[in-house]
Structures are given as structure tokens and as C-alpha cells.
Design a protein. Sequence first.
Length: 72
Amino acid sequence: MRVNGVRSLEFQCHQCRRLREIVNVDHLPGDLTVPSLGPKMACTKCGIIDADARPNWKEQPQRESLTGMQWR
């Protein structure tokens, strides 16, 4: 995740499906797995503890393609 330029995580609540982003997780250890954080997160909308955790791939910098063409 960090090697690919991604520094934040997304969490989605299992109950109400609320999606939230946590910015800059550089302070977390490098050997910590992203899915292990989900069961520890509490939703601020419905209060349930448990969420899907994933890297925020939307912030990944765009790379040049091998052919020089960009997908749209």
C-alpha cells in the first residue's frame, strides 16, 4: 500500500454502510494488516463496532502506461 503511494484507509460500516476515510496512517506499523483494523472500528452514525477496511486506492498516483495510452 505505502509502496504504491497510498497513505489513507477507507472503512465501511457493516450495519449502515457508511463510508469513512482515515487520512495518513503512516504512524501505524508496517507489518499491521489493513483487514485487522476493521473489527476495531466503531461507526459514528449507528455505533456498531465492525467495518470493512481497505486501502484508499483512489489516492494512488496515476502511472504512465506501458503503451503511452491512458484508459478513460
